[in-house]
Design a binder for this molecule. Structure first.
Ligand code: HEM
Ligand code: SF4
Length: 571
């Protein structure tokens, strides 16, 4: 590691609060790209510049520029949008994007394939329905997540309110977003004043992610995130305060054991009134203590490992003027979604739909975009993206429930699925993600079909087993918290991880590296057979793989890379 700050720090510093030369770059119609430094800055505005990797060979042969386009990620705290906002997203996806919408693992919507000359029109259109994409990517607090199930209505109301308050408090205040995308007026004196009272000129050392969970559901995967709030409820279901967690994160790099996924630590319990103050204190501590020299060691998880949890907690207490109490008891049971209808206390219904890998598109016989548009046109509740890449049609009045269910069923959004498929997630990977080493979204459905044959043979088709795949070790679909995790290594090859907990509280461990399709199926088949015959009553697959000695248990942090190939003590 050098003593130099990372390159991104200089780019941020010189950017005049995220302006860079984006406005000029958008006007340059000689290329579909923007310049390199602006490619970093545009992330703070919620966009990634990408190119269609399927088209690369052909375009290189023809000596053409790569097929550049942009991915735009919307900021929607708790994953909630109105039907009107849904219709606007659907429209821009069809008018400017690749005619699909991608529900993400962090409760937002991503649109792919928007060419540079359409960016401003698209941003204006989502602005008219009060949506934006500021801070959806970049070294800032990203989309704040929240348990999306409105069934437990009192706790849920408090949770979404907290998610929205934190999101509003930590959204960058730079006028650059309005100036660049919405032709907003230039605000005089913007460089001198305290434009960003929380972030300052150089924002955070790295991305920052906050979630709010309502037990017993850990659907937001709280331990994967930098900062988490666990609702503590009284006997009437009111939130009395929050257990706060810090220092979770997924990303790592193959072959660099000093990088690792990490589950968050417990800081302690706080009153509801202190929750936003604590968020600010954690963020500013990370702003000042986080590593700005090495971006691979810059997440809060490493700051806490380097400084120690006690020192970190004390600093947060000092900055917030709050003392953490001992954490209150809570229990998580799963990270999955509850499919189908659930009824709220107020008699309104909530219908959770299954959207495979979050990709909504119109395929022959499976017109899901059109179906959701039809629902949005009659629905007066809201739409909620879950952290499992699914969609809840929430707050449906009794008289509309049958009609909405029919539309969803006809579009294949309610079909019966195997226990493995309904607990599956894949990141985007190819063809859009520039970091992908292997397929993910386009391959996982076929792998599940193959694994389902093996599960059926063993009578396990209906069992809930969590499987997640990513095209590289960055871990966008949180594979290290899946009972079966597959992480891309190279074209058609994956590392297989086993042994994570069903409730999202324990990481997995590498079981076998560099497997191809047949290798994955061959590796898992005997483990499924063993699980079918030797599991204890109620024993989860992840727990079984440890007890039966297939992998050792992972504790925390650097322990992820320890004892690989060392079977745990068999029972
Ligand atoms: C070091 C790490 C990471 C880098 C450089 C990175 C980069 C990216 C890129 C380039 C994409 C765009 C892919 C596309 O849409 O074509 C993406 C998608 C995404 N990333 Fe990451 N990512 C990292 C880690 C993570 C982690 C740890 C999470 C969550 C815990 C996450 C959450 C997401 C989500 C939700 C998406 C949207 C697509 C999806 O749901 O799979 N990322 N990431
Ligand atoms: S895990 Fe890797 S391949 Fe998948 S979307 Fe994230 S960065 Fe891209």
């Amino acid at each position: 590691m050098t003593d130099e700050l990372s390159r991104n720090e200089y780019i941020k510093e010189a950017s005049r609060y995220l302006r860079g030369t984006l406005a000029e770059g958008l006007r340059d119609d000689s290329t579909g790209a923007i310049v390199e430094d602006d490619q970093q800055l545009v992330k703070f505005h919620g966009m990634y510049m990408q190119d269609d990797r399927d088209l690369r060979p052909e375009r290189t042969r023809k000596k053409m520029e790569k097929a550049f386009s942009f991915m735009i990620r919307v900021r929607m705290p708790g994953g909630v949008v109105t039907p009107k906002q849904w219709l606007a997203l659907d429209h821009v996806a069809r008018a400017y994007g690749n005619e699909t919408m991608r529900l993400t693992t962090r409760q937002t919507v991503q649109l792919h394939g928007i060419i540079k000359s359409n960016l401003k029109a698209m941003m204006r259109e989502i602005d008219t329905v009060l949506l934006d994409s500021i801070a959806a990517c970049g070294d800032v607090n990203r989309n704040v997540m929240c348990n999306p199930n409105p069934g437990e209505s009192r706790a849920h109301a408090a949770a979404i309110e907290l998610a929205r308050s934190i999101s509003a408090h930590l959204t960058p205040r730079t006028p650059a977003y309005r100036e660049i995308w919405l032709d907003g007026e230039k605000i005089a004196g913007h460089d001198e004043g305290a434009v960003e009272p929380i972030y300052g000129k150089t924002y955070l050392p790295r991305k920052f992610k906050i979630v709010v969970a309502v037990p017993p559901s850990n659907d937001v995967d709280i331990f994967a995130h930098d900062l988490g709030y666990i609702a503590i409820l009284d006997a009437q279901g009111h939130v009395t305060g929050w257990n706060v967690t810090a220092g979770g994160g997924m990303g790592m790099t193959h072959g660099e054991p000093e990088t690792y996924p990490r589950t968050a630590d417990m800081l302690g319990f706080i009153a509801d009134a202190d929750a936003v103050k604590v968020a600010e204190a954690v963020v500013t501590t990370q702003r000042d203590w986080g590593n700005r020299k090495n971006r691979k060691h810059a997440r809060l998880k490493y700051t806490i490992e380097d400084r120690g949890l006690e020192a970190f907690r004390a600093e947060v207490e000092r900055r917030a003027g709050v003392t953490f109490e001992a954490p209150k008891p809570f229990k998580f049971t799963s990270t999955g979604d509850r499919y189908g209808w659930s009824q709220g206390d107020d008699g309104r219904g909530h219908l959770t739909l299954f959207v495979e890998n979050g990709r909504i598109h119109d395929l022959p016989g499976k017109a899901q975009m059109a179906a959701l548009r039809e629902i949005a046109n009659v629905h007066d509740g809201d739409f909620r993206v879950t952290a499992n890449q699914n969609l809840i049609i929430a707050n449906v009045a009794t008289e509309k429930q049958a009609g909405i269910e029919r539309i969803a069923r006809e579009a294949g959004l309610l079909a019966p699925w195997s226990g493995l498929r309904r607990n599956a997630m894949a990141c985007v990977a190819l063809p859009t993600c520039g970091l992908a080493l292997a397929e993910s979204e386009r391959y996982l459905p076929d792998l599940i079909t193959a694994l389902d044959r093996s599960l059926a043979k063993n009578g396990l088709s209906a069992d809930d087993i969590v499987i997640r795949m990513t095209g590289c070790p960055n871990g966008c679909a949180r594979p290290y918290l899946a009972e079966i995790g597959l992480v891309g290594k190279g074209p058609g090859r994956y590392n297989l991880y086993l042994g994570a907990a069903f409730d999202g509280s324990r990481l997995s461990k590498l079981y076998a590296p560099d497997l191809d399709h047949d290798g994955i199926v061959a590796a898992l088949d005997p483990i499924f057979a063993a699980y079918a015959t030797r599991r204890e009553a109620g024993e989860r697959f992840g727990d079984f793989t440890i007890r039966a000695g297939f992998v050792a248990k992972t504790g925390n942090g650097a322990d992820f890379h320890a004892n690989i190939g060392q079977p745990s003590v068999a029972a």
